[in-house]
Ligand binder design. Sequence first.
Ligand code: BTN
Length: 322
Amino acid sequence: MKEKILQLIYNSEGYLSGQQISESLGISRQAVNKAVKGLRDKGFEIESATNKGYKLISLPVDLCAESINLHLKTKFVGRNIRLLDTVGSTNDYLKALAEKGAEAGTVVLSREQTSGKGRLGRSWMSKRDETISMSILLRPDMMPSEIASITPLAGLAMCRAVNDFCMLDSRIKWPNDIIVGRKKLVGILTEMASQPDKVEYTVTGIGINVSNTSFPDEIAHKATSILLETGRHIDRNKFVATALNYLEQEIVQNRYRLGGEAVAEYQRLCATIGRQVTFARGKRNVSGMAVSVSNNGELGVMLSNGTVVTVNAGEVTVQGIY
Ligand code: BTN
C-alpha cells in the first residue's frame, strides 16, 4: 500500500489530498497517514499542508526499496527487493534465498559487505555507502555450459546504465569489468547451482564504485568511482532501477543468450578487442591481439603466427589498461 501511495504522490504535480488518496485506493484516512509516516521514516520528504494535502519534496539519499520501485519498468527483475544494512556477501545471501525457493528476479542489496567476493577467489571491497552491492537471481532454462552468456549480458546492461545515467563513456574489459578510461568502475561475478543437464539458478553479483574518493594503494592505479569520474553524487536508487531495467531488457530480448545483436553490441563496447593481451596457458604466459568475442562469451586472441585461440576464463592483462 505504501508503494501505491508513493506512486500517487510522486505522479501528482501539486498537492494531493488525503481524501483523494483514500478514495482512489479504497483505504481509510488513518491508513494514508500511517503510510505517509512510514515513507517519511524511510527518507522521503513529504510536505503536508492543511486543506491541500501531501506533496513530495525530495527522495531518500540512501538505498531504499520503495524509491527503486518508483523508477522500475521491469516485469520481474527487482519486483522483490531485499535491502540489507550489512551482510557478508549479497551473492551468498541470495544463494541461500534461492535454495529456499525465492523467485526469479529477486534482488539483494546491501549498504555494506564485510566479505564481498570478487572473481578468481579475490575479495571485493564494499565500504558502507561507498559502493552499491547487489545480486540478482535468475532461473534460466538452460544447460550449465550456456551460462557464460549471463555475465556479458549483465556487462552490457551495466555499461548502458553507466553511460546513460552518469553520462560517461564506459567500456567493457573482457570478461566482466566495466571501465572508464583505464580504471575499473564495476565488477560482476556470476555464480550458479545446477544439475548435470540443467541450471537451477544463477546469482549475478554486481559491485559498483559510487562515491569512493580513494582506494587502497594496491588498486588505486586501476580503480575509480562515479564520484571521481563525474564530480557528482548520483541518486543511487534511480541508478539501481536504471541498471535493473537494462538488465531485464538484455536478458529478455536476447533470451539469456549472447546472440547476434548482443554479441555485436558487446564487441562494440569491448575495450579489450584490438589490444595486445597476455594470458596464462598452462604454465606459460601467452600474448596476442584480442580480435573477437564469441556467442558463448569466449575471447578470440590472434597469436603472432596468425592462429586464433580462445580464452574462456582466468586473468587477462590488457596492454594500456590493466
Ligand atoms: C570482480 O570484479 O572480481 C567481481 C566483483 C563482484 C562484486 C559483487 S558486489 C555484490 C556481489 N556480492 C559479492 O560478494 N560479490 C558481488
